[in-house]
Structure formats: C-alpha cells, structure tokens
Ligand binder design. Structure first.
Ligand code: ARG
Ligand code: ZN
Length: 878
C-alpha cells in the first residue's frame, strides 16, 4: 500500500480559479515515443477570484510530462521562477495578464492508462475527461477554466487524417513532407472537451439541415475494415439532432460534427466538442455482426454524446462534484429519446433493472455517495451508476413534478441563462424553480443524501364512508459518513384498480392516475367516493428511485399482471411474484426441505405467454426471471449457492411445464424475413429467443436442435448469438465447444463479434468455469491492454457469471484479485472498476464473506496501488 495516502478533495473547499485562459494555441508534432507539445496560453487574472492585491502563484496541472521549456511573454523562465511538484507546476507570476508558452514531450505509445494522448491500433487519440489533459501539457486542468482552442497537428504522411475540435482552418505539407492541419473551435471550452485524432482512417459522410436552415456536415471515421459498419450510427445521429430540436429546441452550432471509432477505450464514448470519440463497440454495427441490444445501445450512446453538446458543452460543470449536472440530465435526455424511438415500456423496464441490480447495490455499499458527491480521492471513480442513472432519475422526478411543459420552460431558462458558463446542480434546480414559480427546496436533498429510500405502504378502506386511505412511511438507510437522513420529496404515481380491472376515478374530473407528493416521514392520503375496495397500483412507471414495500398477496399480483394499465407495473407485479417465490425457495434450500414449484408463478407466466395482445417485447421481459445478481438485492445475507439453486429450479420447472406453449410461440415467431432493427422486429426476436432459451433449458435433444438450426441459418447476429448462448449454456460441453470453434473461425476478423464470443463463454454459468476463463486469456485474440477484451472475459466472469465466480472454494475471488493487481499497473481506471464484486464482501454469508474479504486484502497488500484502486480498496475495507 502507499506510504503517502492520496489526498481527499472536498466540495466545500471549492475556490474560483486564480487565473483564466482566454486562448489556448496548441501544436502537436506526433511521434509514438516523443510527441512534442507546444502550448501558447493567453492568461489573465480572474477578476472574480477571492482577490488579494499581490498576484498569487499560477498552478498548472501536469502528470507524466517531460518539461522542455517555459516562457512568459517570450522570455524563457529561469528555474527559480517555478517549482515542479507532484501533479504539476507552481509558477511565480508578476503580471496580471501574459502569454505563457510551454513545451513538453510525451510518449503516447507508453500510455496504457488510455487517458491523455495514446495510441490505439496505430491511431493517435485522446481522452481528457475528467483529468486527462494534464497528461498532454501543463494546464489549469479544471472545468471552470474555459478557453478558445486552436490546434495544429503535424504528422508523418502515413497519418492522412488529422482531426481536432471545431472547424478546419488550414492544412498543408511541411518542407520535410509531413502533413499539417490546423483546427479552431470558436466555442470556449474546458480542457476536458479537447480532442485530437490522427490515423489512416476512412469516413462516411452525410448532412443535416438544422431547424434554422444551416447545413451541417456529418462524418464518421473508422479503420478501413469497419467502414461498412457506420450506417446505423449515422442514422441515429440524424434522429438525435432532429429530436433535440423538437423536444428541447436545441440546434447544433458548428458546421461539422465528427465521430471517430477507436478500439481501446475506457468508457463508452466521449462528447468532445465537434469531435466525439467512441469505443468501437458503441458505434459500429451491421445486421450480420451486431445484436439488437447493440443496435439499441449504439442509438442511445450516439444520442447521449450528441445531447451533451448542450447539456455538458455549451453549459458545462463548475467542478467535478457537479458531474451529474451534465450526466444525469443527459442520461435522462437519451432515455426519453430511446423511449420515443422504441418501446417506451421496455426501455423503462431495462433502465429500472440496471438501477435495481447495480445502482441500489452501489447505494448500499462502501462507495455509496450522493448524486452530487461531497468528496473524492480520484474523480474517475465517480463516473458511477449513482451519478449517471440515479442522477437521471432525479431529473425525471423534476420532470414528473413540473410536468412536461414546466420542465421545458425550466430547461429553456437553464440553457439561456447559463450558455457559455460552468455551473452547478444548484443552478439547474434554480432555473427549474424560477421558470415555474416552483419550490424544490426539500427536493434538493436528492442531490446530497446517499442511499436508496424505502417506502412502506399500508392501506385501509371504509365501506361506510367510501374512503380509501394510503399511509406511506419513508426511511433512507445510513451510508458511509451519513446518518439520520431527512425525509425526501418523493413523487409517487398511483392508480386504484377496481374489481373489473379498470382504474377508478379519483375525483369528479374522472382523473384515474395521480402523483402523490410524499414529503413527510409518515403521511396519509385520503381518497373519497371510492365505491369498492380498490387494489393500489403504486409507483407507476417507477416514478421515484426507491424500494416500495406493500403486502401484495399472490392473487393481487396475478391481478395486476393481468389488468394494470401501466405496463411497467404489470411487469413489476410479475417480478414481485417471482422474487417472493424465489425467496421462499432459498429458505427451503437452506433448510434442506424439498423444493416445490410455485404454482401461482407458473400460472402467471403461462397467462403472459399466451397473451398475444401484449407487446412481444413486454412478454419477453415478463417471462424473464430476476437475474441472480438482482436477487442479491432482496435484503438479508446473500447466500450465493441458495440463489443459484432456487433460480435454476424455477427456470427448469417453468421450462418443462410450459414447454408446449414456449414451442408454439417460438414456431409462430420463427419466420424468415430480412433483418430490420425496428422496434417491432426487435420485440419479436426478443420473445422468440426467450422462448428458445427456455426450450433449451429442458435439455431435450429436439429443442437443442432448434437452436442448432437457428445458428446455422446465420442471417443476423441477434438470432445467432442467442442460439449459440443457449447451446453453450444448456448443451453438452463438447458440442458447445465445436459450435464455439466454428463461430470463431467464421468471425475471427471482426473485433466486435470476437468480443461477443468471449463474453458469451466467460459469463455462461455452466460453461464459463475458471479454467475456461483462464484459457480464454491465453487465446490469441485476447489482449490485456484492451478494456473491451478485459471486460468481456474477466468482467464477464466476475460480474455476469454469478454461479462460477462464487464457486464455493473461493477460486473466483482469488482470480479476480490477481487480475486486478496486474491491471492496475497498466490501466488504473479499469482496475478500480473491475474490482467492484470484491467490495461487496460484507453482504455475503460468513464463509463467502471471509473469502471475498481475503481476496480484497491481497489486493491491498500487493504493493503500491494507483490512486483509483487505492480509494476503492481502502474504503471497502474500512
Ligand atoms: N462524458 C463521457 C460520457 O458520459 C464519459 C467520460 C468518462 N471518462 C472517464 N475517464 N471516466 O459520455
Ligand atoms: Zn455523458
């Protein structure tokens, strides 16, 4: 472990920057081991800094840089005028405005952290958010310093494509035959939005005419072999541009918008001004190579990054504690876009599933933090589900409270008032309040309190008075550093269902759905003129990110599955039924009693399966049992073997009992037609493949043959991957291996398919044993320096293969510890993320808990850790 502990940074210590940088002129002379970076900064004293008369020193962030020279107003600075410190440089300053010139040398080829300037398959690219720019040159690398950037790139002739932010203003050839291009971005921006790309790339081009009639050139750059996989992203981009004009009144502002696909990338994508950089897996697709899920993910991420142009770039964050200002808002925006483009209900179900499976766990774990954290050691560790997904839920609640029109008035005011500024979450809330005369005082607590609130709901009905009363109690559990939390303002959308299944009018206007504003610890809501005892449909559409408890009986849940007019709650009723059944079975497994199939659940699923009026995508979602990972969120000690036993028992029972129905629907949906990633076709494929998976779970030869036939047909990756996954999970291992080998031979040239192929094996609860995972790491296509490969193989095993990772001998935990230690030397961000499963040791039953904790201690004691990993490991063991 480190001798010197990394420093903790606190929100309360925020100070405005002492100096501003009006202009930033950069020149890059590219070379793998010795790239020369020259910067010329127009610096001036910030008039808004907490001023003293004497000029304070200027702090410039800088990491892994070789300093060659510093000059002020053309004069080289003698060594006594500056001090090199860990993490940067302190300059003595004797003028309130000056031109600072700095030359540094960096080695992109040696940069395996994938922050700053690095090489990916021979292509130069950058990732500067959050604090990567300091790995390029000395700079006040903080988002509240906004500057107009001009960038000149000089490169050998085998790098014909040279890109940066903004518009290309010059290009040519140097005397020695190298290429040079200059870009200028007229919009002032923080350094985290800087980008540079250089490579031998091809591009596809399209155009978009904005609402005011300006023509924008759209370009998507890739390695030549991927040029056929750009169409879907381009279409998604045009849809996003149109949607943002229609729904938010936001028009694009430069003449050109570029996207570049790179294979080595820590995250999904990055919204650099005018030059988005994407993980190849989040942008490249073709029907033969990409699944429906990939098509939808690409559409969502292209939209997300595009939407950042307003929510993030034009209006940016003052400091990194405000990250959710741009991320929560932008995730909300992209979720609504996806809902408009596809099935709204299914999108909501998918998002809530992620929230309940992973964000709730984060909120209950050692790294729990509010949507606006108040401290961090390493900001990269706070690009979390809490900041992104819970942050989006918080924005969604504002939308629910103010209504669509009120929310739009608020966002209009926010963009108008803060255009060109670096602002805070508070500014966002104030704009929402001011535009609507609303009071969000109590609502603000969602930004500062961590933890998932629990709502306990009880009801009574009085036949005499025809009054129905709902009593709602709220409680938010303690989390590290936060106890005794205050009540939140929680919008709870409800309806009351009558015996016939339709919703009863709640007042004389005939309104049948209402948002209850829960603001107190315990609160009662009274409804009059309710002619019969109703069944409440609560938290419709998941109107708040909470755990809601109400003592529904099995019959009531079956009734909601059948009749609730809110498709989200229809699905959720089925999930509750499954959760209850699976908990009882876990208990039975522990007691050693014989497991019995829950009849009611089978009945409910059977009715769903036969309901041809329901959207097939919703049927598929309703047929899916909660994942093992989701079952760990039930509360109480996690007993991995019991979860696995109970879930497998139910899955196999459902498969056997409903086999004829699964077969019938599979056959009906298994029609030959050309692949199209439309919502209705995607819906049909999802149900078809859900049926196929259950059919194969029976282990019947004849059913496995259906999967083999589907795999052989080979006309789209959704069907192929689903068939292969079913064969790998449920078929005999030797046959599975043969199918895997054949699949690899067919697709070995395609990076994205190979990633799918890796992930499918390492995450298979039957096939993905630790030995096979170790073998995959020896495969020629595996690359330890490529995050996608690491996520597919190691992440697939540790995060998506509950059964094998939790092998009773603890081998999975030891393996993960070993990989984390190795990864930390190359790429701290990835190491700090992939260690997550080990941080949850406290939640497991005694023996597993001890094993997991021991693995985590191995990591802690392995030597000097990166700041990223140190923060996660030390907080998890504290
Ligand atoms: N702003 C990017 C996005 O949400 C993510 C960048 C994350 N970078 C990082 N180093 N954690 O689209
Ligand atoms: Zn984002």
């Amino acid at each position: 472990m480190k001798d010197t502990q990394p420093r903790t940074i606190y929100l309360k210590d925020y100070r405005a920057p002492e100096y501003l940088v009006d202009r930033t002129e950069l020149t890059f002379d590219l070379d793998p081991y010795a790239t020369l970076v020259k910067s010329r900064l127009s610096v001036r004293r910030n008039p808004d800094a907490n001023g003293t008369d004497t000029l304070p020193a200027l702090w410039l962030d800088g990491v892994d840089l070789e300093l060659l020279s510093i000059a002020i107003d053309g004069e080289l600075l003698p060594a006594h005028r500056y001090t090199e410190k860990p993490g940067g440089l302190l300059l003595n300053v004797d003028k309130s405005a000056f031109v600072l010139e700095v030359q540094t040398r960096i080695a992109p080829e040696a940069n395996t952290s994938l922050e700053g300037l690095y090489l990916s398959n021979g292509m130069y690219c950058t990732q500067c958010e959050a604090e990567g720019f300091r790995k390029i040159t000395f700079y006040p690398d903080r988002p509240d310093v906004m500057s107009v950037f001009t960038t000149t790139i000089v490169a050998p002739a085998n790098y014909p494509v040279l890109l940066s932010n903004g518009n290309k203003i010059d290009s040519g050839t140097t005397a020695d035959g190298r290429l040079t291009v200059t870009w200028e971005d007229p919009f002032a921006k923080p350094s985290y939005l800087f980008a540079l790309v250089a490579g031998d790339l091809q591009f596809v081009e399209d155009r978009f005419v904005t609402c005011s009639g300006r023509e924008v050139t759209l370009q998507l750059y890739t390695e030549p072999k991927n040029i056929g996989k750009c169409e879907h992203a381009m279409t998604s981009l045009k849809h996003s541009m149109k949607w943002d004009e229609e729904v938010y009144g936001r028009e694009y502002d430069l003449d050109i918008f570029m996207i570049v696909a790179v294979d080595h990338f820590n995250m999904g994508a990055m919204e650099n001004k005018g030059l988005n950089i994407f993980n190849s897996a989040c942008v490249l697709a073709s029907p033969e190579t990409a699944t429906d899920a990939a098509f939808q993910r690409i559409e969502a991420i292209v939209a997300h990054e595009y939407f950042h142009n307003w929510s993030g770039n034009r209006v940016t964050c003052r400091d990194w504690f405000q990250l959710s200002l741009k991320e929560g808002f932008t995730v909300f925006r992209d979720a609504e876009f996806s809902a408009d483009m596809n099935s709204r209900a299914v999108k909501r179900i998918e998002d809530v599933t992620v929230l309940r499976t992973a964000q709730f766990a984060e909120d209950a774990g050692p790294m729990a933090h509010p949507v606006r954290p108040d401290s961090y050691m390493e900001i990269s560790n706070f690009y979390t589900l809490t900041v992104y997904e819970k942050g989006a839920e918080v924005v969604r609640m504002i939308h629910t409270i103010l209504g669509a029109d009120g929310f739009r008035r608020g966002s209009d005011l926010y963009f108008e008032r803060h255009d060109g500024q670096a602002v805070t979450c508070e500014d966002f809330i104030v704009a929402m309040e001011d535009a609507n005369g609303a009071d969000l005082q109590q609502f603000r607590r969602w930004y500062s309190q961590a933890g998932t609130p629990v709502l306990d709901v009880e009801d009574t009905y009085d036949m005499e008075t025809q009054e129905y009363r709902l009593t709602i109690r709220q409680h938010t559990p303690d989390s590290p550093g936060q106890v005794d939390k205050l009540p939140l303002h929680i919008p709870v959308s409800i309806a009351l269902l009558g015996r016939s299944g339709s919703a009863l009018p709640l007042d004389s206007s005939g309104e049948v759905e209402r948002v209850l504003h829960v603001t107190e610890t315990c609160q009662e809501f009274v409804f009059g003129n309710i002619p019969e005892r109703p069944l409440p449909s609560l938290l419709r559409g998941f109107s708040a990110p909470v755990k809601l408890r109400y003592g529904y009986s099995v019959e009531q849940l079956l009734f909601l599955m059948r009749h609730d007019s809110d498709p989200f709650n229809q699905w959720d009723a089925g999930q509750r039924l499954a959760f209850d059944a699976l908990s009882s079975l876990q208990q039975a497994y522990r007691n050693g009693t014989e497991l019995e199939l829950p009849e009611s659940l089978i009945d409910g699923l059977s009715a769903v399966l036969e309901n041809t009026r329901l959207d097939p995508a919703l049927v598929a979602k309703m047929l899916a049992l909660p994942s093992a990972q989701e079952l760990t969120e039930q509360g109480g000690e996690i007993d991995a073997p019991a979860i696995i036993a109970a879930r497998n028992f139910v899955r196999d029972g459902v498969a056997k009992t409903l086999k004829p129905q699964f077969r019938a629907r599979y056959e009906a949906l298994n029609v030959q037609k050309p692949y199209c990633p439309t919502a209705s076709d995607i819906a049909e494929r999802s149900l078809k493949n859900t049926c196929l998976s259950y059919l194969c779970a029976t282990g019947d030869q004849e059913m496995l043959a259906l999967a083999e036939a589907q795999l052989a047909r080979d006309d789209n990756m959704t069907d192929s991957a689903a068939a292969l996954a079913a064969l790998v999970e449920f078929g005999p291992a030797d046959k599975a291996q043969a199918h895997l080998d054949a699949f690899y031979r067919q697709w070995q040239q395609d990076t994205q398919v190979v990633e799918t192929w890796f992930g499918l094996q390492s995450s298979s609860p039957t096939f993905g044993t630790l030995d096979r995972v170790r073998a995959l790491m020896q495969h020629s296509a595996f690359e330890f320096k490529n995050p996608n490969k690491v996520r597919a193989v190691i992440g697939g095993f540790a995060m998506r293969n509950f059964a094998q990772f939790h092998a009773p001998d603890g081998s999975g935990y030891a393996f993960l510890a070993e990989q984390v230690i190795a990864l930390d030397k190359l790429n701290p961000q990835i190491a700090a993320r992939i260690v997550t499963p080990l941080t949850r040791w406290r939640k497991y039953r005694a023996e597993q808990s001890t094993q997991i904790q021991a693995a985590l201690k191995t990591v802690r004691d392995s030597g000097e850790l990166s700041r990223d990993l140190y923060e996660v490991v030390s907080k998890s063991l504290a």
